[in-house]
Design a protein around this ligand. Structure first.
Ligand SMILES: CC[C@H](C(=O)O)C(=O)SCCNC(=O)CCNC(=O)[C@H](O)C(C)(C)COP(=O)(O)OP(=O)(O)OC[C@H]1O[C@@H](n2cnc3c(N)ncnc32)[C@H](O)[C@@H]1OP(=O)(O)O
Ligand SMILES: [Co+2]
Length: 149
């Protein structure tokens, strides 16, 4: 398996609205996309763009707010009430090959491969097996439609 680009940094927040004001007014973010809900993933999501090289898409900040009782980030926010850096998402060419790679290394994969916030297949690896970092693996989108928002 070959490590691809850093697609996004997941940042958990108790309030996406507050985080939007922060990225707009404190950090001077150039583009903050419309928030949207992913009920099946238990999160409300909002992408903050950072500039990429030569007009390409830069690594995004993925703001995530709990959605529903069973949100997987309630535990994190209970320990970190102000929110903070939650996960890193790396791109790979082939999500199935990547899944077999990590399984072969005995890394715990959290749940099934499913469609993530960019409309591309993703899975998560347990932080305790990944040097303390909750790690999301995402297949590089085949086209740019996921940037439509
Ligand atoms: C998919 C849509 C979107 C996208 O990009 O497409 C997203 O990224 S959505 C992101 C939210 N979804 C997920 O995070 C799914 C995967 N996460 C999980 O299944 C849980 O969060 C899990 C299992 C990693 C942790 O769950 P929980 O906090 O309820 O469990 P524990 O308290 O038992 O934690 C176990 C152990 O791990 C440490 N931990 C928890 N979260 C993190 C983290 N984000 N980074 C690093 N370490 C983390 C926690 O402190 C515990 O450690 P211990 O030493 O045992 O106390
Ligand atoms: Co993510």
């Amino acid at each position: 398996m070959k490590l691809g680009r850093l697609n996004h940094i997941g940042v958990a927040t108790p309030s996406i609205e507050e985080s939007i004001s922060y990225y707009r007014d404190v950090m001077g973010a150039g583009r903050i996309r419309d928030p949207f809900e992913m009920e099946e993933q238990g999160v409300k999501v909002c992408f903050v763009d950072t500039p990429g090289e030569n007009g390409t898409f830069g690594t995004q900040i993925e703001l995530i707010e709990p959605l529903g009782e069973d949100s997987p980030i309630h535990g994190f926010l209970a320990k970190n009430p102000a929110g903070g850096q939650h996960h890193l998402c790396y791109e790979v060419e082939d999500i199935d090959e990547a899944r077999s790679w990590f399984e072969g290394l005995g890394k715990r994969i959290l749940g099934p491969t499913r469609i993530g916030a960019h409309g591309s297949p993703i899975f998560f690896l347990h932080p305790k097996d990944m040097m303390g970092q909750l790690t999301e693996i995402m297949e590089t989108p085949k086209d740019d439609t996921h940037w439509s928002n």
